[in-house]
Structures are given as structure tokens and as C-alpha cells.
Unconditional design. Structure first.
Length: 334
């Protein structure tokens, strides 16, 4: 075992939430120093419509960044990487956001393309996969607030599980679908149908780049996936130790997704399992998740005669990929 290690911090700033993780990275992988901290900031508020960050959304992001700065002041690190994704890619005033974050944290956000986001999500999700438990190839679905990444990789043979064979980033997510289509509370059947049509159009395009039919295992990451999994299990409060690695049948997933999609926000508030910052958009995420699962399962049935009948929920995704990739790159420089 190598004695070389680095301690790095990663920040994943998405459309709905921002996350911080600090870990020591060595030849054996990642070892947590500060477990993941999550804050729902809704940075992507109205970005789909205005193409700009709202002032109040920027203030929420800066408040979270100041909190993270306090945490990092207590934990010496060799480097920090701040990655921003879908909403920031679309915002015309993103330089204002980048300047503000740099003033607080001393590092400028990297606005990465969807393809790199997909690669890092796959790296994070598969970094903890036991290859004896899950059949490859894997398709990793990272369902965010503004975008959803589909990535297939790992051939189950001699190549590493982290090898990406195809990836595509779709401009659909829990916040984007809610703001674009699901205006009524609860949403009408017409609104849901419009959302489904929009989602299917994006999946059609994704499948031209990602051969999803080859997949044998679906791994779902992100707040929508883990929240819907917890609800399907029947957890009264969210527990990541139960959700992480849980395999759920697709029929159970479809049922819980449909139920919460059609609920009013007041009804959703009765469930402590749902983070308060997701109450209004969890239905938008559920309809995306339903369609993605159904389409991948059907593609697998067409490809090799057997539909995929379950998925595995993972707490490990883009943030883990950011930390692991950055740590490995720093180690290579030593």
C-alpha cells in the first residue's frame, strides 16, 4: 500500500443543491475527513426562463459558501475543486457568481460541460461498486435539478469499472421540469403528459449517444433518486445508510413516483423523508426518473431479450467523482 496521500475538498454546485466533501485520497481510494454537507440553495431558480441567476439565489449560494469556508478553515487541505453544473452553464450572469464564490472561498468555480459531469458521476458511482454484486455494464443516471446525465461503462471483464463507453447530458431535471411544465398544484394530467413528451424527446437524443440497451444494471444517483427510494422503502425519516446500495424493483419505483408526482405540495410536506427544499420539485424529478427507468429497461429488453427489473440507489455520484479525480491528479504530481 502506498503511503502517499492528499487531503482534498470538493464542492458540487448544482441547480438545486450545493454539496461539500473533504476526503483523504490514496492508492486505496477515498477516506472521509468531513462527510458530505448538503444545502438546498435553488441556484437555478427561473434560469430556464430568464437565463440569469436571481439575486436571492446568488445570496443563498454565497451563504452556503461562507458556511463551507468556515468548515474548511478547520480542516487543512491540499486543494479545493469547486464544480458548477447545469444552471451555471445556462446563466448569462455566471461571471458575477464566479467572482462572488472566488472572493469567499479563494477558488474560482469550474463550469464543466455535461460530458465531464457524466464522466465524474460515473467515476463516483462506480468507485464503491462491488463487481461481484452488480452485473456490468452499468448505466449510471445522475438526475439533477437542471440536467440528467446518462453514462454507460464497465464491461464486466478485464477493463476497470470506471471506463466510460458512452455519455450524454440531457437538459431535463427536477427544477427544470417543474418550472417548465408542472405549474398547477397538484399538476394536471395535461401538464404531466407535456412533461413526459419533453423528457422522451431528450431521451431519444441521449440514446443516439449512449447504447443503453447494453446495460445490465442501473445505478441511480442524486437527491431525487435517493429520496424516491427512501419513500418506496417506507422510511419515516431519511437514512443514507439504508438507502445507499439499496436495490428497488422498477414496479415499486413507478408506483411511488406516480403517487408523489400527483400529490399536492401540502401532502408532500407530511413526509419528513423529503428534504424541505425538494418539496416543490420532487414531482418533476419523479417523472424524469420514471421515464428514464422505463426507457432503459425497454432498451435492454430489445437488446438482449431481458428487461432490467430493478435499480440500485447510490449516495455516491458527482461529488465523489470530483474528490477522487482531483485527489488522483494531485497524487500523480507528487
Amino acid at each position: 500500500m502506498s503511503e502517499k496521500s492528499v487531503t482534498v475538498a470538493g464542492i458540487d454546485c448544482g441547480t438545486n443543491s450545493i454539496r461539500l466533501k473533504v476526503a483523504r485520497v490514496d492508492a486505496d481510494g477515498m477516506h472521509e475527513v468531513v462527510p458530505r454537507i448538503l444545502r438546498v440553495i435553488r441556484l437555478g431558480q427561473d434560469v430556464d426562463k430568464t437565463h440569469r441567476f436571481a439575486d436571492e439565489a446568488l445570496e443563498r449560494a454565497y451563504a452556503a459558501a461562507r458556511e463551507f469556508a468556515d468548515v474548511l478553515a478547520e480542516h487543512p487541505i491540499d486543494g479545493l475543486r469547486f464544480v458548477a453544473t447545469s444552471a451555471t452553464r445556462d446563466a448569462e450572469n455566471r461571471e458575477e457568481f464566479e467572482d462572488g464564490i472566488e472572493r469567499i472561498l479563494g477558488v474560482r468555480p469550474e463550469v464543466i460541460p455535461g460530458t465531464e459531469e457524466a464522466d465524474l458521476s460515473f467515476l463516483g458511482a462506480t468507485s464503491v461498486v462491488n463487481r461481484d454484486d452488480l452485473e456490468a455494464p452499468y448505466v449510471v443516471v445522475d438526475l439533477g435539478g437542471g440536467s440528467t446525465e446518462l453514462v454507460i461503462g464497465g464491461d464486466g471483464d478485464t477493463k476497470p469499472t470506471t471506463q466510460v463507453q458512452g455519455a450524454f447530458s440531457m437538459n431535463i431535471g427536477s427544477v427544470r421540469m417543474t418550472e417548465r411544465h408542472l405549474h398547477t398544484d397538484p399538476p394536471t394530467e395535461e401538464e404531466i403528459a407535456q412533461a413526459v413528451a419533453d423528457i422522451d424527446e431528450h431521451i431519444d437524443e441521449a440514446f443516439r449517444h449512449v447504447d443503453a440497451g447494453k446495460a445490465r444494471t442501473i445505478i441511480g444517483v442524486s437527491g431525487t433518486v435517493t429520496t424516491m427510494t427512501a419513500l418506496a422503502i417506507g422510511l419515516k425519516e431519511y437514512d443514507h445508510t439504508v438507502v445507499d446500495g439499496y436495490r428497488l424493483g422498477l414496479e415499486e419505483a413507478y408506483a411511488v413516483d406516480d403517487r408523489f408526482l400527483r400529490m399536492s405540495r401540502a401532502e408532500r410536506r407530511e413526509y419528513k423523508t423529503i428534504h424541505p427544499g425538494r418539496i416543490d420539485v420532487v414531482g418533476g424529478g419523479a417523472v424524469v426518473w420514471n421515464r428514464v427507468l422505463a426507457r432503459i429497461s425497454e432498451a435492454a429488453r430489445r437488446d438482449h431479450g431481458t428487461p432490467i427489473d430493478s435499480y440500485v440507489a447510490s449516495e455516491h455520484g458527482l461529488l465523489d467523482g470530483i474528490v477522487l479525480d482531483y485527489g488522483r491528479r494531485l497524487l500523480a504530481q507528487r
